[in-house]
Unconditional design. Structure first.
Length: 699
């Protein structure tokens, strides 16, 4: 349903937007609003108009599923409606609750006044979708609140609460009690006739002081440079606010409209919108009935309080769920709990959380060393060392001591979830919950379904991810699951590039410039090089015929260089600094390995680095899709966006592949395979799609 209902009270027409769930301003609602508004204007009895929203909110903005479709441009357009409201000869008051976001706030800005319920979110979050407000937001907001504050709201996109909005004069009155009653009362308090009209376009008072500070915009650009690296929309937003000062209102609107149209058609915005949609789609599990019951999680346990266990326990406490952590010895337990306390204290010191929040969370975390003290948790997450035998012992024990319906999850990053499950008599209740480090910060939760994992366990674990504030993605069992399997393909190529002629800082620069927060070598130093070294040594024993990998990383570890923790790894680090500095010793080591292996070193450009590292990762993604390890390409993108910092403005590896064109990716892979053989064989799915002129998005 998409309607606008009109009621009349004390000569005020109350127009209610009604388009569940968020009153998105699609074509049907825009048409209904125009009609209802014109009727109210034509009604001689009506002296004022209140505009409000049905359900949970005022309005969350444009209907983004219409973006880029003819419907979005079909009249009445949102800018036209807002102009009409602003020009009305009867006062119009927006009565806001829940959310007034994006086009919703722009609509409210076109009204002459705004009354809001305390706690309401008001914001212009368009930049997060690679666009700017396109219905006058960049021209009206700086006319309503101080230009500096308007810049923050438009460029950063973070909503503010109604209380703050009232301080800034974005909201004229806070509604205690019934919102519509308060808005009608507000109308009655307005002066008679034309004095009650306050078109935003005519307001100049906030613009005047800003005109004296033209340097403000340059300063703002400098200050946001790091945060906005590689992004177009935040810079375009600054330009629009600048135009608000320099141009007439109508010219400013036109400038905003042109900018909006350019951005909405850009690859960046398409990628950011893709990221928005696939994250939501990841919550849907193919073949899982919608009404699959999810087990309530009101208590939890974590086994092992090391790097990951501690962070996972914090996730539960942050969500208000009591959690018991179990360690083998009191000494390890105290160490783990100490680190948790230190992490919370650091957040308090930075002003991110109040002391009471820390105290509350710490009170929810209980440490034990005995399984008998584990209680009756709804879910247990195991995060002990990465050793199969040890994990199986833990699961056998958990199977004995926990209630029969407790979900048993493992945080393993490489081991076979099915084998772990075989240690229990309830394999249907065993699942992988692969958190990323630092577990209390990183948003990804890769949920790994085993062969026997039940629908209920899957539904419960996906719901749990949401409760913990994580983005849950369901994957299947394979070596490294989705994320680390693709990461392996990528870092392996990065290492081969060193043998052939590149240096770590060159590879890292290309990857950083592509948009990642850091390249593979800086990341290796951050994570610690010893972990991978131990895994490689163990695997060499288990599977001696494993595919070749470059010996350089092992040689570096043999020197006792494990990354940042030893102030030396792929790079060297000055005392107390985390800044990687290229090290001539490593350069010599790399050159030596090239000679040993018979490589004639050559210059390797940025494009080749991207192709070798990113295309091979995409190729692995195609294999993962064909094997059914990931449900859909968008799930792979979500894993990479939230687990590995893949640049969001490129949409994730599979979306990026489609923007480059699969033919291009396939041709490069084929050429690489001809030259190097090995893992570089193009995935059959990649070949098939490329030859059919299709993309992953067509699947
Ligand atoms: P860690 O060495 O920091 O911590 C492991 C903890 O488990 C130690 O405190 C140890 O005392 C405890 N422990 C060992 N055996 C135990 C037992 N039988 N009962 C109770 N406690 C026991 O290791 P970590 O980095 O936290 O890794 C834990 C798990 O998470 C591993 O499976 C690892 O593969 C996985 N993982 C690690 C990362 C990472 O970046 N560190 C990321 C994702 C997943």
């Amino acid at each position: 349903m998409s309607t606008v209902t009109t009621t009349k009270t004390s000569q005020t027409a109350v127009l209610t937007l009604d388009h569940a769930p968020v009153n998105g301003l699609g074509l049907a609602l825009r048409t209904a609003l125009t009609k209802a508004f014109c009727d109210a204007m034509a009604d001689a009895e009506v002296t004022a108009i209140v505009l409000t929203g049905a359900g949970r909110m005022f309005c969350a903005g444009a209907d983004i599923s219409e973006f880029g479709t003819p419907k979005s441009m079909q009249p009445p357009s949102l800018p036209e409606i807002i102009n009409m409201i602003e020009a009305a000869k009867k006062p119009v008051v927006a009565a806001i609750h829940g959310n007034a976001l994006g086009g919703g706030l722009e609509l409210a800005l076109g009204c002459h006044y705004r009354v809001a319920v305390p706690g309401t979110n008001l914001g212009l979050p368009e930049v997060s979708l690679g666009i700017i407000p396109g219905a006058g937001g960049t021209q009206r907001l700086p006319r309503v609140i101080a230009v500096e504050r308007a810049l923050d709201m438009i460029v950063v996109g973070k909503p503010i609460k109604a209380e703050k909005a009232a301080e800034l004069c974005l909201v004229d009155a806070l509604a205690e009690g019934d919102l519509v009653e308060a808005a009608v009362k507000f109308c009655q308090g307005l002066p008679e006739g034309a004095d009650a009209l306050r078109p935003t376009r005519a307001r100049e008072d906030n613009l005047e002081p800003a005109r004296d500070k033209p340097e403000m915009f340059e300063d703002y650009r400098k200050a946001m440079a790091r945060r906005a690296r590689g992004l177009d929309a935040p810079y375009a937003a600054v330009e629009c606010v600048e135009a608000c000062l320099a141009k007439t209102f109508d010219d400013g609107l036109q400038f905003e409209r042109d900018t909006f149209k350019r951005l909405v058609a850009s690859d960046q915005s398409r990628a950011l919108r893709h990221a928005f949609f696939v994250e939501r789609a990841a919550a849907k599990i193919d073949g899982l009935p919608k009404d699959t019951p999810a087990r309530k999680v009101e208590s939890a346990a974590v086994i092992g309080c090391g790097t990951m266990g501690g962070g996972i326990a914090m996730n539960f406490a942050n969500a208000g769920i009591p959690v018991t952590v179990l360690e083998t010895k009191d000494e390890f337990l105290q160490k783990g709990l100490g680190i948790i306390a230190k992490n919370y204290a650091a957040s308090v010191a930075k002003g991110r959380i109040p002391q009471e929040k820390m105290d509350g969370c710490m009170a929810l975390i209980q440490g034990v060393t005995d399984y008998a003290a584990l209680g009756e948790p709804d879910v247990v997450i195991e995060a002990i060392f990465e050793k199969m035998d040890a994990k199986k012992d833990v699961f056998a024990k958990l199977d004995e001591v926990t209630p029969p319906d407790t979900i048993l999850a493992t945080n393993t990053s490489t081991l076979d979830v099915d084998e772990i499950a075989s240690a229990t008599k309830r394999p249907e209740q065993v699942i992988g919950t692969h958190f990323f480090s630092p577990a209390n910060v990183m948003r990804l939760q890769e949920n790994v379904r085993g062969k026997q994992t039940s629908d209920k366990t899957i539904a419960s674990t996906m719901t749990l991810a949401k409760k913990l504030g994580k983005v849950g993605v369901l994957v299947g069992v394979c070596d490294g699951f989705v994320g680390n399997r693709m990461l392996h393909a990528y870092t392996r190529q990065a290492n081969f590039l060193l043998e052939e002629g590149a240096l770590p800082h060159e590879v890292d620069k290309a990857i950083f410039d592509f948009g990642f927060p850091m390249g593979p070598f800086a990341m290796g130093d951050l994570a610690g090089l010893d972990v991978g070294w131990l895994i490689r040594k163990a695997r060499a024993k288990e599977k001696p015929n494993n595919l070749r990998y470059s010996p350089i990383a092992d040689r570096i570890c043999e020197k006792g260089r494990f990354g940042q923790k030893t102030s030396a790894g792929w790079y060297r680090y000055e005392e107390g600094s985390r800044t990687p500095i290229p090290d001539p010793e490593i350069e010599q080591l790399i050159i030596g390995v090239s000679e040993e292996l018979g490589f004639e070193r050559r210059a390797i450009g940025e494009q080749e680095i991207i192709e070798r590292c990113i295309y091979t990762m995409i190729n692995e993604g195609a294999k993962i899709l064909a094997e059914g390890i990931a449900q859909r390409p968008g799930d792979i993108d979500t894993v990479w966006l939230y687990g590995y910092g893949f640049p969001r403005q490129r949409g994730g590896p599979m979306f990026y592949a489609d923007t480059v064109g699969l033919k291009q990716v396939y041709d490069v892979m084929r050429a690489l395979h001809d030259e190097h053989g090995d893992w570089l064989e193009p995935a059959p799915l990649l070949k098939e799609l490329a030859e059919a002129g299709k993309g992953f998005g067509d699947l």
